[in-house]
Write a protein that binds this ligand. Structure first.
Ligand code: FAD
Length: 323
């Protein structure tokens, strides 16, 4: 058994979720007494590629050509599948990120592999079976799935595995693949950075607001708290539907799924569709004036009170702590 990990980059830089997924793949390789090969697609500097060695990659395949500069689902899936074949890798690990969720099933089809997307722990390989615990039903439940095929694809939920430094620098090799025109039917032409704030899907702390905040004029409090904590801001669906916040901040079943270490929900009722997007959060803090709000049932810490009174006190307390 040999393991290949896809090291995703954003504008040429690796994200924390990439180091998590490489650390995870290294642990999978260790389970099987094999080495770990990483593949990077796009323009990443050689020094940054070699850094993947720190997280356990022995070798990094560097795929850099103009056509593959921007993410293209089909083409990236073909490249990863071809690299897996060339390296004899039978376990392919990627992040369950926005692009990873598109890649995992496509790589799975190309390699006739079973796919465990949304994985939250290392595979259990005791005995004959290869099983993986993963989220199911938009994060409302966990399932343990058995991958019975020879090839296996695992997409790791961000923030579910710690970054582990276990090695030195990796050997970087250029890897080229003949791409097919049919892989480029849909192309990403340009990426426009909408904000320089903390990216919501990668955030370790999220401060999120609901209709209980009454209106967009009160979002300054939420932003101030988020700024102090180095957090991303998010919101419930009705808030973005009303235009109080951009749709890119809408969290839940029909929005973004987040899995931060800390999720602070302010004036959000905790409807099942909202919880679907946040249930992998490690610690949940709820601020709501209604002690019977459903969100309290899944909260680790709760404050019953008016958000417009609690938030200024919380901000003052964080400022005092940081002073
Ligand atoms: P409300 O339900 O109006 O709740 C406001 C909360 O604020 C209440 O609990 C109230 O007690 C509290 N509050 C009021 N005033 C204060 C105050 N001064 N201080 C503190 N607390 C206060 N929703 C999502 O969020 N994400 C989704 O992805 C999503 N997808 C959906 C998909 C479908 C198919 C459907 C049918 C619905 C979906 N919804 C989604 C909507 C969801 O069902 C809820 O309606 C929504 O989450 C409620 O948003 P809210 O909690 O902000 O508002």
């Amino acid at each position: 058994m040999s393991v290949l990990v896809y090291a995703e980059n954003a504008a040429g830089k690796f994200k924390k979720s990439t180091f998590e997924v490489v650390s995870y793949a290294k642990a999978v390789a260790d389970q099987n007494n094999t080495n770990l090969i990483a593949i990077s697609i796009g323009d990443v500097a050689a020094d940054d590629l070699a850094v993947l060695g720190k997280y356990g990659a022995e070798k990094v395949l560097n795929v850099s050509n103009d056509k593959l500069k921007n993410f293209v689902n089909q083409a990236y899936a073909s490249v990863i599948a071809e690299a897996a074949k060339a390296q004899g890798a039978d376990v392919i690990v990627l992040s369950n990120s926005f692009s990873g969720r598109g890649l995992a099933p496509r790589v799975g089809v190309k390699l006739q592999a079973g796919v465990a997307d949304g994985a939250v722990s290392l595979p259990d390989q005791n005995g004959e079976k290869f099983t993986v615990k993963k989220t199911a039903f938009s994060g409302k439940a966990f399932a343990t799935v058995e991958l019975t095929s020879a090839n296996k694809v695992i997409a790791l939920t961000p923030n579910s595995f710690k970054v582990v430094e276990s090695g030195n620098t990796a050997q970087v090799e250029d890897f080229s693949v003949e791409t097919k025109e049919s892989d480029f039917k849909a192309m990403l032409k340009d990426i426009v950075q909408s904000t320089d704030k903390v990216s919501l899907p990668d955030a370790e702390i999220v401060v999120s607001g609901g209709r209980g905040l009454k209106g967009p004029e009160n979002w300054g409090l939420l932003e101030e708290l988020a700024g102090l904590l180095g957090a991303a801001t998010a919101c419930s669906k009705p808030v973005s539907d009303a235009g109080w916040r951009p749709h890119s901040e809408h969290v839940g079943q029909t929005g973004i799924a987040v899995s931060p270490n800390l999720y602070i929900a302010v004036g959000i009722s905790g409807a099942i569709q909202h919880l679907a997007g946040i249930s992998s959060s490690k610690v949940i803090v709820v601020i709501n004036k209604d002690a019977d709000a459903p969100f309290f049932k899944v909260a680790d810490y709760g404050i019953v009170g008016d958000a417009l009174e609690v938030l200024p006190k919380l901000i003052a307390a964080v400022k005092e702590y940081k002073a």
